[in-house]
Ligand binder design. Structure first.
Ligand code: GSH
Length: 322
């Protein structure tokens, strides 16, 4: 685990000393958008028109943020349009590395088919040799311009939803204008309490910071359980990006966050509606193939040595209910 400082890799764990034991996520750096015609998107610069075979995703199958992009790629039927490289689940002293550089290869990890990089930070340096910041997945890479378009999952999924209409026959809109405000408002609350909330609980190094995060997390899960009573998805009968964003955290909850991040007041199997929601999303065509519980469990339990120094990965729980 580490980060780049002026183009140099530094092996360093998250610093919570200046924030009272609280984990504070840093702001994402590459913010350009792929659009149908290359016009600028909501942030960054233009010049990234949708094309088949031009863009490449770097993901980890363990990571809930990267997982969003893989699900969108599957649901929008963009597998032949956007290629993918998968890092090894173990994130050690060099950060994310590719399969050909991993100490113990895990099935499902790949090499970097575009740049032949051994470590993900080399991809960041290829985009900006003086880059400073965390080296995170997902990354959307542009083969033509040889740079990172965007490394913010929330934005990448919107591009996959709306920019590639000329290259897919899937017409489902996961962010319909009529629901946009409601989706944005719910996303923000789910992000804070759930998606990022589990990390705030797990990475807290002070009791009060941990307890605050866990309380907010379970208050929100209880609210979402009530919201899903009598409806299929968060917005009712329309499946939207809000559902995908919630799913990638919930599917990791029982196998990882309950134990490793101490989010253990209740499990997802204890919530009938949340459980049904996870099962229904998992059953959508193409989604099951994006869920890799081996990568998920190995990444968290083996990489976070400040939390789990032995690196021992638990055998359970039984996830047969998925
Ligand atoms: N805001 C980013 C966050 C991505 C993120 O934090 N990814 C984690 C993996 S789950 C990562 O790569 N962490 C490496 C690090 O922080 O050094 C997004 O949603 O795309």
């Amino acid at each position: 685990m580490g980060l780049l400082v002026d183009g140099q890799w530094v092996d360093k764990w998250y610093d919570t000393t200046s924030t009272g034991g609280r984990f504070v996520r840093t702001v994402t750096r590459f913010r350009n958008w792929v659009t149908p015609d290359g016009a600028p998107g909501p942030s960054g610069q233009g010049g990234f028109p949708a094309e088949a075979g031009r863009y490449h995703l770097y993901v980890s199958l363990a990571c809930p943020w990267a997982h969003r992009t893989l699900i969108f790629r599957a649901l929008k039927k963009l597998e032949e349009v956007i290629s993918v490289s998968v890092v090894d689940p173990f994130m050690g002293a060099e950060g994310w590395v590719f399969a050909d550089h991993a100490a113990h290869r895990t099935e499902g990890a790949t090499s970097d088919a575009v740049l032949g990089a051994k470590r993900l930070y080399e991809v960041y340096l290829a985009a900006d040799p003086a880059f400073s910041g965390r080296v995170t997945v997902p990354v959307l890479w542009d083969r033509k311009r040889g740079t990172i378009v965007n490394n913010e999952s929330a934005e990448i999924i919107r591009m996959l939803n709306s920019a590639f209409g000329a290259f897919t026959d899937d017409r489902h809109d996961y962010y319909p204008a009529a629901l946009a405000d409601e989706i944005d408002a719910l996303n923000a609350r789910i992000y804070d309490a759930v998606n990022n909330g589990v990390y705030k609980a797990g990475f807290a190094t002070a009791q009060d910071a941990y307890e605050e995060a866990v309380a907010a997390l379970f208050t929100m899960l209880d609210e979402l359980e009530a919201r899903l009573e009598g409806r299929s998805w968060l917005m009712g009968e329309a499946l939207t990006e809000a559902d995908i964003r919630l799913f990638t955290t919930l599917v990791r909850f029982d196998p990882v966050y309950v134990g490793h991040f101490k989010c253990n007041i209740r499990r997802i199997v204890d919530y009938p509606n949340l459980k049904r929601f996870v099962q229904a999303l998992y059953a959508l065509p193409g989604v099951k193939e994006t869920v890799n519980l081996t990568h998920i469990k190995r990444h968290y339990y083996e990489s976070h040595t400040t939390i789990n120094p032995t690196g021992v990965v638990p055998v359970g729980p039984d996830m047969g209910w998925l």
